[in-house]
Design a protein around this ligand. Structure first.
Ligand code: ADP
Length: 874
């Protein structure tokens, strides 16, 4: 057994309670880490690993960071998803007997940061908790510690539902029971990258029970308590800003699952994972950080209640019409500080006088804001106006008490205005009078001695003094002055009178600084009482900000107010993709109509690659989402149903995190859509079935279309390069073909990006290959094969099903190509073993031999093959 020094023993004892965190152990001016923590931290933070004698036979690994630069290192660790326990000295080392007492004063985790880089102005920082119940449901609660918001809901305890919700809120950390389902936990972490923490206590101290006043269900209470207990235990300080817990139901909002959110790039792009290029980026014309956070929340949860949607639209309409008022509102909002986070920091006890000045300036805007809104003169605006509580008394109190430009420190005075506190005024008078007396003294002494260069000065060691140059010393009256300090060419003196005044001045200064500090703390306490009102005000100001943002964007980008119908009809005239349109020049963007109704439920989109199929599909989804968050939409006219859910399978966004194959993800997304969609949903399937062999893919695609057509009846856009699927229009009543037009011009392809009725007549694959600059001889070889195939079949478009014949120019490529004919080849290999077949099989095989696949439409061929297979199995 190793024996350690008492200090290391103390370290180990504390560390045992914080196994999953880096323990920052305060030693003088440093936070030190030891053992494993030191090794890991030195790697993560790129700081030097040293060692120290810890009493045992071996030296102990150690590394440390200076106290003053610790926040920076802590941020780095939190960003990486780690936790940091701050262990401080809790007694004066001079008074300590033995080892200085130390205690963890706060545990900082990814979900509980209150400042620094980890906390983005325009994003909430959520920490969630999950409880699994016996009835296969789960409770999910989440809080943003920086704003005090807490919400809770009940979900099905499935991986999909939980992950969707965690991803929607973007939780950084999740608190669970130590006995939580291991498998679920593992998958959840893999998918969302959350940091996991544990808390088993689900009873809440009475002091906080009022937070749950509005919460009826006991089950959900346990989920909330798990979260709150974790927050209290880790933060170890007042959390008076926590707001009453609100319940919500995911069914109250349009459901957009995790995959679809990503695919549609609502709040971040798939590739760069940044905001730029996302719908959020396009929309963000908010003027405040709180508004930006609310905008993101609204995009994450579009509404489905027509009344609520229309309320937002009416306000956007009003603000759009009233340009001048809107501009005034924007100007005012510029001056409004982050009230919501400020309220949190007030509760945490770390605001200074400058923060409160910001608060005062922000509050000063509120009556003006209220005024402009009332000038809009409509019921909808009046409702908002009524809800604005300007907190006048608070504004006045801050106005009367605080200096305009206080220092950063709250312990050096110069914070409180004259006239705010009688006692403070007296101290200040004493000090000022004393200083006037001293200025007067300088004048009198010069007259008395006749020395014009005599001056009265002050320094910290000797206090006030009279300074006379050496040359003038002779003019001083003997015995009146007491020598204090000798300089090279001057002497400094004091007099009893001067010392007496000095004591008064210094005492007054000291007392006034002390008093100012006390007064400031009192003011801060008073502000604390206003936290709930400030939070309410923050909410309404954020809402106004988002609504003005919608009006601004809608005007700038020529969006229109959508109408809604209950006939499950989509009618969009000249619709545009909001982001693509912004990125390219607006004039270049080709607008497109979209019409769908119960007789036109599924649109099958064909057209060359790169012609704009997926842009068209996304355009519809984004238009629906914009409409349901309360914004106008990019079109000349739009009449829409209210969608309950949006599902997408777009592009080849490989799911790298979970290591699943593209095709598997494709199928998972398809499953998710067809098991959850209703007739009020919107499904976008882009090239589904592409990730497998031709027949496989085509068969799946057709079966999926049939399934949606028969069973779900959801509005579906289905783009495909399987030209063969277009015959489904003839077989399924509510399937219609549309295509994106393209034109051949001088042997190359011109994309028109225009959607037209009917199927595309060519696949244009070779032209796209040409655009991609594949080798010249490869392209001409492909053209050769194509024309031979066309001759053979007397029709175009079936390139993909026929293996090319080898030629020197093509050979290498052909050999590297994976087989596209798995099904067909299976049959062929059986044919090779013809001798082992029985009579019935041989007969069927004869039948098979008589097929000429090339003469058949691939769907017919496929059906024939499946028939054969069935017969074989009988
Ligand atoms: P596809 O899905 O058919 O392969 P995309 O939808 O990805 O094609 O579109 C390819 C490119 O064409 C887009 O990146 C965009 O630049 C351009 N594009 C698409 N639709 C339009 C349009 N309506 N107007 C102008 N350009 C468009």
């Amino acid at each position: 057994m190793a024996t350690y020094t008492p200090m290391i023993m103390q370290y180990l004892k504390v560390k045992a309670e914080y196994q999953d965190a880096f323990l920052f152990f305060r030693l003088g001016d440093f936070y030190e880490m030891f053992f494993e923590d030191a090794i890991k931290a030195s790697q993560e933070l790129e700081i030097t690993l040293t060692s120290r004698d810890g009493g045992s036979t071996e030296r102990i690994p150690m590394c440390g960071v200076p106290y003053h630069s610790a926040p920076n290192y802590i941020e780095q660790l939190i960003e990486k998803g780690f936790k940091v326990a701050i262990c401080e000295q809790t007694e004066d080392p001079k008074q300590a007997k033995g080892v200085v007492k130390r205690e963890v004063v706060q545990l900082i985790t990814p979900g509980t940061v209150m400042d620094g880089k980890g906390l983005h102005d325009k994003e909430n920082n959520y920490i969630a908790s999950i409880s699994l119940f016996n009835d296969h449901t789960a409770g999910l609660a989440y809080s943003d510690l920086s704003t005090g918001e807490t919400k809770v809901t009940q979900l099905a305890a499935t991986f999909d539902d939980l992950v969707n919700e965690l991803a929607t809120i973007g939780a950084k950390e999740v608190v669970i029971h130590t006995e939580f389902d291991e498998d679920l936990k593992k998958k959840m972490c893999e998918r969302t990258g959350v940091t996991v923490s544990y808390e088993n206590e689900t009873e809440l101290s009475v002091k906080f029970s009022s937070l749950m006043d509005d919460l009826k269900q006991d089950k959900l209470q346990t989920t909330v308590c798990r979260l709150l207990n974790y927050l209290f235990k880790t933060q170890k300080r007042s959390l008076d800003h926590l707001q009453k817990v609100e319940t919500y139901q995911v069914q109250q909002f349009m459901k957009i699952d995790y995959y679809s959110k990503r695919n549609l790039e609502l709040t971040e792009t798939i590739r760069a994972k940044g905001k730029k290029g996302s719908l959020l980026w396009l929309l963000d014309e908010t003027m405040t950080a709180m508004g930006a956070r609310m905008l993101k929340r609204w995009i994450d949860r579009p509404l489905i209640d027509l009344g609520e949607i229309e309320k937002r639209h009416s306000m956007v309409a009003l603000l759009q019409e009233r340009f001048f008022e809107r501009e005034d509102i924007r100007e005012l909002l510029k001056e409004v500080y982050d009230l919501e986070r400020l309220a949190g920091r007030v509760a945490f006890g770390n605001v200074n006088a400058r923060d409160l000045i910001q608060l005062r300036k922000s509050l000063a805007q509120i009556p003006l804001l209220k005024n402009i809104i009332s000038e809009l003169g409509q019921d909808i605006a009046d409702e908002i106006m009524e809800a604005i509580d300007p907190c006048d008394e608070l504004t006045n109190m801050l106005e009367d008490s605080l200096h305009e430009q206080p220092p950063l420190s709250i312990k050096e005075g110069n914070i409180i205005k004259d006239g705010y506190n009688g006692e403070l005024d007296e101290f200040r008078d004493a000090s000022r009078n004393g200083k006037t007396w001293i200025a007067q003294l300088e004048r009198e002494e010069r007259e008395r001695t006749g020395i014009r260069s005599l001056k009265v000065g002050y320094n910290r060691i000797f206090g006030y003094y009279i300074e006379v140059t050496k040359a003038n010393l002779g003019s001083l009256e003997e015995g009146r002055y007491e020598r204090k300090q000798t300089l090279t060419n001057a002497e400094r003196f004091i007099t009893p009178e001067l010392k007496e005044k000095e004591a008064l001045i210094l005492q007054a200064d000291e007392k006034s600084i002390e008093l100012e500090y006390e007064l400031f703390l009192k003011i801060r306490e008073t502000v604390k009482d206003y936290i709930p009102r400030l939070q309410k005000l923050a909410r309404i100001v954020s809402e106004i900000d988002v609504l003005q943002c919608f009006a601004t964007v809608s005007e700038k980008r020529h969006y229109v107010k959508p109408a809604f119908n209950r006939e499950r009809r989509i009618m969009i005239k000249d619709g545009r993709h909001p982001v693509v349109e912004k990125v390219m020049d607006a004039q270049e963007y080709v607008p497109n109509d979209c019409y769908m109704d119960p007789e036109r439920e599924i649109l099958l989109i064909t057209g060359p690659n790169m012609s704009g199929k997926s842009t068209y599909m996304r355009q519809l989804a984004l238009t629906a989402i914009l409409a349901q968050i309360g914004c106008y939409v990019p079109a000349k006219e739009a009449d829409l149903p209210i969608f309950d859910q949006v599902f997408t399978r777009i592009g080849a966004a490989d799911d790298l995190i979970s290591g699943q194959s593209t095709f598997m993800v494709e199928m998972l997304e398809a499953k998710n859509a067809i098991t959850n969609a209703t007739q009020d949903s919107l499904i976008l399937f882009d090239e589904i079935g592409r990730g497998t062999s031709t027949y496989d893919g085509m068969a799946l695609a057709q079966a999926i279309i049939e399934y949606i057509h028969e069973k779900i009846k959801a509005k579906t856009l289905f783009s495909t390069h399987y030209h063969e699927l277009t015959i489904l229009e003839q077989e399924l009543a509510n399937v219609k073909n549309i295509h994106v037009s393209a034109m051949e011009h001088n042997g190359s392809l011109v994309f028109l990006h225009k959607i037209k009725e009917g199927a595309a007549d060519k696949s244009y694959g070779i032209h796209v290959a040409q655009l991609a600059e594949l080798p010249e001889n490869l392209i001409s070889r492909a053209n050769e094969i194509l024309s031979r195939l066309e001759q053979k079949k007397g029709q175009a478009g079936d390139v993909s099903v026929t293996p090319p014949q080898a030629s020197p120019a093509f050979k290498e490529i052909k050999e590297e190509q994976p087989s596209q004919l798995s099904f067909f080849q299976e049959q062929k290999s059986e044919k090779d073993n013809a001798s082992n077949l029985n009579k019935k099989e041989r007969k069927l095989l004869e039948e098979l031999k008589s097929f000429d696949i090339l003469e058949m439409n691939p769907l017919q061929a496929m059906n024939a093959l499946y028939d054969l297979q069935k017969k074989l199995k009988k």
